[in-house]
Design a protein around this ligand. Structure first.
Ligand code: XLS
Ligand code: CA
Ligand code: CA
Length: 436
């Protein structure tokens, strides 16, 4: 036991003052025909929760994530597995996500790293069988090791490219072994700092080549899940190729990868791209590519990826509105989030997940109410009503010509204004649903 003082976290309802209880996440509660557990397949992010101790640019770890073992050893790797499964069980979290180097210490020689990955994945598999906890997605960390300073798929070095391929191959092997539903590409260093040394076209084609090889290999070993691109515009690089959902979707279509890939949308990455979280979810959904979500939030006052636990219920509500409208996710909600540096105790790890799970549960409850209330949907339908009949219907059916529309405008002489957008009214509808 690593968290002796922490009980299994119960649902106690909104009036509860117990810090170690859910106020809104009630797994068996049914919303729009499905339980909260089904709507919200939550996942623990191995890296933040079990590895990161709060180191930042100016200071070292504040939290002790040794779990009683010597760091950098296989004992430590196993202690993290034990602690992680105890943590997930106590919170009722059914999935986890991992990078290769989160689950084992990386050795100098990749053959030794891979041997360690075989060993730890046997151990993880045993725990999965004993608890019923599952793998949401796996990925390869192709951004921390110095060899990836110029990217992985986009590196200038063919040798480094081979190491990226080797890591993807092994991470896919382990993901398949653990029954993972998805495999993520987050291209943190797939981008550039200056065009003075960069061939953008060549780099992007090389990324596509690597992804095609990954799909081919993954399918050959029985991976039937989705590959995901996780867009992010910047940090660590100045320009990252997977800027946002629209850019990533265009790239996938250009290279014929759109049948095998979907988006993994992270809230904080969408806001770094100058979008709302909801925007990138909508763009993914309308393109049939909303796969999974990295559930966190950024800080509008800071220009970087703060990976905070979700707290903003407006955001989680509009997120769940998108997810409900899209008919749910094939992936899940991975808490790619970390405690603030001064929240360094084991209890804080639980407080963080309780906050995040409750914020999404409340978002789900409220999003369902917005849909049931119907005023927003009715307004949107009415707003486009001029396309239902007459000249509008002709435009939509594709029968109209530019000359015909121009003649129609000539006849009108002057257009009526297109009708009020009623933004303030609609925002007050949202508030009335949120706060009753
Ligand atoms: C970093 C990303 C990363 C991916 C997985 O900003 O969020 O953690 O989710 O490599
Ligand atoms: Ca992030
Ligand atoms: Ca992420």
């Amino acid at each position: 036991m690593y968290f002796e003082n922490i009980p299994v976290i119960p649902y106690e309802g909104p009036q509860s003052r117990n810090p170690l209880a859910f106020k809104f996440y009630n797994p068996d509660q049914v919303i729009m025909g499905k339980t909260m557990r089904e709507h919200l397949p939550f996942a623990m992010a191995w890296w933040h929760n079990l590895c990161a101790g709060g180191t930042d640019m100016f200071g070292r770890d504040t939290a002790d994530k040794s779990f009683g073992a010597e760091k950098g050893t296989m004992e430590h790797a196993k202690a993290k597995v034990d602690a992680g499964f105890e943590f997930m069980q106590k919170l009722g979290i059914e999935y986890f996500c991992f990078h290769d180097v989160d689950i084992v210490p990386e050795a100098d020689d990749i053959k030794e790293t891979n041997r360690r990955l075989d060993e730890i994945s046997d151990y993880i598999l045993e725990k999965m069988k004993a608890t019923g906890i599952k793998c949401l997605w796996g990925t390869a960390n192709m951004f921390s090791n110095p060899r990836f300073m110029n990217g992985a798929g986009s590196t200038n070095s063919a040798e480094v490219y081979c190491f990226a391929a080797a890591q993807i191959k092994k991470a896919l092997d382990i993901t398949v072994k653990l029954g993972g539903k998805g495999y993520v590409f987050w291209g943190g260093r797939e981008g550039y700092e200056t065009l003075l040394n960069t061939d953008v076209k060549f780099e992007q084609e090389n990324i596509a080549r690597l992804m095609k090889m990954a799909v081919k290999y993954g399918r050959s070993i029985g991976f039937t899940g989705d590959f995901y691109i996780e867009p992010k515009p910047k940090e660590p690089m100045k320009h990252q190729y997977d800027f946002d959902a629209a850019t990533a979707i265009g790239f996938l279509r250009q290279h014929g990868l759109d049948k095998d890939f979907k988006m993994n949308i992270e809230a904080n990455h969408a806001t770094l791209a100058g979008h709302t979280f909801q925007h990138d979810l909508r763009i993914s959904a309308i393109n049939g590519m909303l796969g999974s979500i990295d559930a966190n939030q950024g800080d509008y006052l800071l220009g970087w990826d703060t990976d905070e636990f979700p707290f903003d219920v407006y955001e989680t509500t509009m997120c769940m509105y998108e997810v409900l409208k899209a008919g749910g996710l094939t992936g899940g909600f991975n808490f790619d989030a970390k405690n603030r540096r001064p929240s360094y105790t084991p209890e804080d790890m639980f407080h963080a997940y309780i906050l995040g799970m409750d914020a999404f549960a409340l978002g789900l409850i409220k999003a369902a109410k917005i849909i049931e209330d119907g005023r927003i949907d009715a307004f949107i339908a009415e707003r486009y009503a001029s396309y239902k009949t007459g000249i509008g219907a002709k435009i939509v059916s594709g029968e109209a010509t530019l000359e015909e529309l121009a003649a129609y405008a000539d006849e009108l002489g002057a257009a009526k204004l297109p009708g009020s957008g009623r933004q303030e009214y609609l925002e007050s509808v949202v508030n009335s649903v949120l706060f009753t």
